[in-house]
Design a protein around this ligand. Structure first.
Ligand code: 3PG
Ligand code: CO
Length: 555
C-alpha cells in the first residue's frame, strides 16, 4: 500500500541544513541594456554561475514544462512554485478551463447548473482580469463563456472588467475592451441585454493578494456590487481611454469606474437573485473577493449590502477552505507534494517571504494548500510588505529582512530546510521601471549572499533557483528578438514575465563530494528540482516524481 516513507538515498547523507532560495522573476537571457539582472551588480549570483555545468544549469520554467497549454505561455509564480514543490507536472487551471470549454463539459457541471438557476429572473455577472496574459485568466475563455451562457438561457449579462497591463503590454487594455464590446454588441443583436458594468485596474481594484490591502478589494466591491465609483462613464472603451490620460496612471492602476445609463444610474449593481462568476482560474488574487462574495459573516471591510446571489468561481480557489463552494471547473489535484513528504519524513521546515509572495512559498509550494502539514515541525514566517505603493518606489522591498530571517533560521540549527522567496526582480520588474528593477536585482543578490554565508557557517547545502523570468528582459520583442517600438518610436516596455529558462545552482560545504548536475537531462524543468532537493536531504524521490537533476560520481 501507499506509504509516506521515503527511501534512503544510497549515497547521500541526511542531516544537512538545506537552504532553498527562489528568486522570483529571475530568468537567464542575453546580456544587453534591457537585461536588468545583467546590468545590476549581482556578485553572488555571478559567482554561482561560474560553477556551470556541474553546479549551475538552466531549467525550463514556461509552457508545457509547467503544465500550461502551450509553449507560447510564459511562466508564472503559481505554476512555477507548484512544479518546484510538487515534483510533477500537472495540467494547470488555464489548461483545465480550455478543455472544459472545448468539450462543453463546463456546462454539464454542478457549478454551471447552480448559477443557471438564476438566469430566468436574475442577471449573470462575470468578474475578472481582461487580457490574454494567461496567468490569471484569458479573454478567449470569457468570450466562450459569454457565448455558452447566453445560448443556455442567460438573458441579462454584466461584465465587470479588471484591466491588466502587467501580464501584457501597458495600454493593451483598450484593445481588449474593444474586443469585448464587439462581442457584447453581437449578443445585444441577438436580444440579450449584455453590457460592461464596471471596471478598474487590477492592482488598484479587486486583485490584491494574501490580504496585503483589503482596500483594493473594497474599491472593487463598491463598483461591482454597489454600483458606486468615483468615475462614471456611458461606455467602457471611453472610460479606459479617458482614465489612462490621468498622469502616471497605467492599465494596472486605473481607478474604479462604473458604467451608467442616460439617467446616470449604474447599469449593473449585483442584487438579490443574481448569479456571479469570478473568471480568474488562478487563486491568489481572486480568493479575497471570493470570501467577500461567499461568506455571510465577514469583517474585512463594510460591504454595506450583502446580496443573496448564486456565486461560482471559475475554479475552486482554496481546497482546504472549500472556497468558493461552487465552481465551474475542478482545480488540478496536486497531491503528495515534496513539502508534505519531507515533513512526514521528519524534515523540519521553515519558510519565509514578505506578504506579496508569502503564499508562493507556502500555499503554491504545497500544491495550493494553506496551513501546515505538521505544526510541530514547521514554521512559516510572513514579513509584512509595504502596501499602497508600487514597488519601483521601494525596490529593495523586504529582501534584507527575508535574508536576515533565513540566516537566523539557518544559524539556529532548528531547521532542516529553510525556504524563501525573494520577490524583488519580479515585483519591481512588473512595474516596467528599468532603473528600479536594477536596484531590485541587486537587493535580491545581497539577500542570497546572507543566506549562503549562513549555510557556509553551518556546513549546509544551498539550492538557488527561480520560478520564471521577468527582470532579465524588459522590452517587448518581435519574432527576431529585436525590440519593438511604439508609434512614437519609443521602445515598448515589457512588464510581464518571459519565456526564458531560469538558473539552478547547488553548493555549500555540506554538498557531498562528487555531486554534480547530470548531463543527460538537457530538457530539465522546474519540476525536476523537487527530486533534487529530496536527494540533498538524503532521500530518494518517489518513483513517479520527475527525475532528479543530480548524480553522484566517485571522487
Ligand atoms: C501578478 O499576479 O502579480 C502577475 O500577474 C503574475 O506574477 P507572479 O506569477 O510572479 O505572481
Ligand atoms: Co510576476
Amino acid at each position: 500500500g501507499f506509504s509516506w516513507k521515503l527511501n534512503d538515498h544510497p549515497k547521500l547523507p541526511k542531516g544537512k541544513t538545506v537552504a532553498m532560495v527562489v528568486l522570483d522573476g529571475w530568468g537567464e537571457a542575453h546580456a544587453n541594456q534591457y537585461n536588468c539582472i545583467h546590468i545590476a551588480e549581482t556578485p553572488t549570483m555571478d559567482s554561482l554561475k561560474t560553477g556551470a555545468p556541474e553546479k549551475w544549469r538552466l531549467v525550463k520554467a514556461h509552457g508545457k514544462a509547467v503544465g500550461l497549454p502551450t509553449d507560447d505561455d510564459m511562466g508564472n509564480s503559481e505554476v512555477g512554485h507548484n512544479a518546484l514543490g510538487a515534483g510533477r507536472i500537472f495540467a494547470q487551471g488555464a489548461k483545465l478551463v480550455d478543455i472544459a470549454l472545448e468539450t462543453g463539459k463546463i456546462y454539464d457541471g454542478e457549478g454551471f447548473n447552480y448559477i443557471k438557476e438564476s438566469f430566468a429572473t436574475g442577471t449573470l455577472h462575470l468578474i475578472g482580469l481582461l487580457s490574454d496574459g494567461g496567468v490569471h485568466s484569458r479573454i478567449d475563455q470569457l468570450q466562450l463563456l459569454l457565448k455558452g451562457a447566453s445560448e443556455r438561457g442567460a438573458k441579462r449579462i454584466r461584465v465587470h472588467i479588471l484591466t491588466d497591463g502587467r501580464d501584457c503590454l501597458d495600454g493593451s487594455s483598450v484593445g481588449f475592451v474593444e474586443t469585448l464590446e464587439n462581442d457584447l454588441v453581437k449578443l445585444r443583436e441577438k436580444g440579450i441585454d449584455a453590457q460592461i458594468a464596471s471596471g478598474g485596474g487590477r492592482m488598484y481594484v479587486t486583485m490584491d493578494r494574501y490580504e496585503n490591502d483589503w482596500e483594493v478589494v473594497k474599491r472593487g466591491w463598491d463598483a461591482q456590487v454597489l454600483g458606486e465609483a468615483p468615475h462614471k462613464f456611458n461606455n467602457a472603451v471611453e472610460a479606459v481611454k479617458k482614465l489612462r490620460e490621468i498622469p502616471n496612471i497605467s492599465d494596472q492602476y486605473l481607478p474604479p469606474f462604473v458604467i451608467v445609463d442616460d439617467s446616470g444610474k449604474s447599469v449593473g449593481p449585483i442584487v438579490d437573485g443574481d448569479a456571479v462568476v469570478t473568471l480568474n482560474f488562478r487563486a491568489d488574487r481572486m480568493v479575497m473577493l471570493a470570501s467577500a462574495l461567499e461568506y455571510e459573516k465577514f469583517d474585512k471591510f463594510d460591504r454595506v449590502r450583502f446580496p443573496k446571489i448564486r456565486y461560482a468561481g471559475m475554479l475552486q480557489y482554496d481546497g482546504e477552505l472549500k472556497l468558493p463552494n461552487n465552481y465551474l471547473v475542478s482545480p488540478p489535484e496536486i497531491d503528495r507534494t515534496s513539502g508534505e513528504y519531507l515533513v512526514k519524513n521528519s524534515i523540519r521546515t521553515f519558510a519565509c517571504s514578505e506578504t506579496v509572495k508569502f503564499g508562493h512559498v507556502t500555499f503554491f509550494w504545497n500544491g495550493n494548500r494553506s496551513g501546515y502539514f505538521d505544526n510541530k515541525l514547521e514554521e512559516y514566517v510572513e514579513i509584512p510588505s509595504d502596501s499602497g505603493i508600487t514597488f519601483n518606489v521601494q525596490p529593495k522591498m523586504k529582501a534584507l529582512e527575508i535574508g536576515e530571517k533565513a540566516r537566523d533560521a539557518i544559524l539556529s540549527r532548528k531547521w532542516d530546510q529553510v525556504r524563501v522567496n525573494l520577490p524583488n526582480s519580479d515585483m519591481v520588474g512588473h512595474t516596467g521601471d528599468i532603473n528600479a528593477t536594477i536596484v531590485a536585482c541587486k537587493a535580491a543578490d545581497q539577500a542570497v549572499k546572507m543566506i549562503l554565508d549562513a549555510i557556509e557557517q553551518v556546513g549546509g547545502i544551498y539550492v538557488v533557483t527561480a520560478d520564471h523570468g521577468n527582470a532579465e528582459d524588459m522590452v517587448k520583442r518581435n519574432k527576431k528578438g529585436e525590440p519593438l517600438l511604439d508609434k512614437n518610436g519609443n521602445i515598448q516596455i515589457l512588464t510581464s514575465h518571459t519565456l526564458e529558462p531560469v538558473p539552478v545552482a547547488i553548493g555549500g560545504p555540506g554538498l557531498a563530494p562528487g555531486v554534480r548536475f547530470r548531463t543527460d537531462m538537457p530538457n530539465g524543468g522546474l519540476a525536476n528540482v523537487a527530486a533534487t532537493v529530496m536527494n540533498l536531504h538524503g532521500f530518494e524521490a518517489p518513483s513517479d516524481y520527475e527525475t532528479t537533476l543530480i548524480e553522484v560520481v566517485d571522487k
